[in-house]
Design a protein around this ligand. Sequence first.
Ligand SMILES: *Cc1c(COP(=O)(O)O)cnc(C)c1O
Length: 375
Amino acid sequence: METLTKIWLSSPHIGSSEQYYVDEAFRTNWIAPLGPNVMGFEGDLEDYLQEEVHVAALSSGTAAIHLGLKLLGVGKGDEVLCQSFTFSASANPITYLGSRPIFVDSESKTWNICPELLEEAIKERIRRGKKPKAIVAVHLYGMPYKVHEIHTLAEKYQIPILEDSAEALGSIYKGRKCGTFGDISILSFNGNKIITTSGGGALVSKTKEYRDKAIFLATQARDNAVHYQHSEIGHNYRMSNVLAGIGRGQMQVLNERVSARRRNYEYYLEALQDLDEISFLKEPDGMFSNRWLSCILTPSYGVRERIRLALENENIESRPLWKPMHLQPVFKGEPNFTNGISESLFQTGLCLPSGSNLLFEDLERIVEIVKLALK
Ligand SMILES: *Cc1c(COP(=O)(O)O)cnc(C)c1O
């Protein structure tokens, strides 16, 4: 029996001009970090995001979160509120700085950080004598979080927001692009994201000062002197000029990639929404998701596993929704404010293959298997 070709959850999808920019880097010997592709890529992102923002291209989204929190003044002994339902890279950098994550559960309309619980958490931590230094809010799977509610709270209590937009390039909240809301925002161009530089990220800020400081810290914090002199601890976090070339090419196809991912979601919705066992996260009014990953919810862990294993059996990769941070062994014992929502999403949810390069036949095959698994 022939084995069917593997269908991946979310694989890189290269356009027609990435190679050109990479070749250009070789032709001009701009192989080192910095160079015209890095500047070009940052400019492309600034144009795309439209708002008055300043972009620093970095080696990863994780590096961007690390530097972002540092710029917001997070340090040893501090506490940082963090959406629990997310990928671990949202939370790990909090610990790099010697500070402590306080996890906050999600609400059911966007699956992102819950405003009521967030306020409860802020009040409780202040009551205990320590005001949180920052809030990490995430647009998970491309769905914007409740920007208005969360930023109103941040304003009320004067706590800055690190907007984790790693999964949400191309998503829009009330006419404005995700990645432009935070005091500092971050993007990721990891291999599985909506566009990729094979590995990379960006820090987005509203002020040039933050951007310049990010680049300073990302390039070993070298003082302005002829010799190498350092008054601060630095990092090696800048994006390479070769990889930024891939990013330049990817920016030309970003809108197509968003359309293709949304098309996947629409296809699954159309084909599966009449099944009693499956439900979808709809876009609340004013929100536009890039549908980075198409997710379904099932009635139970058992049903979820039945679907996942049926797909695996046919060489199709799917994945449970993110395991909340407050349930991760590594964060055992950290304070959390929970309501059961992220835990239930983790138990019953599944990400279906969502690449922008999926073929119509792939989608048909996936839907067929999901339906059979539920028979
Ligand atoms: C991918 C991702 C990151 C980290 O980005 P990298 O570029 O992989 O370091 C951070 N947060 C979320 C929500 C992500 O999905």
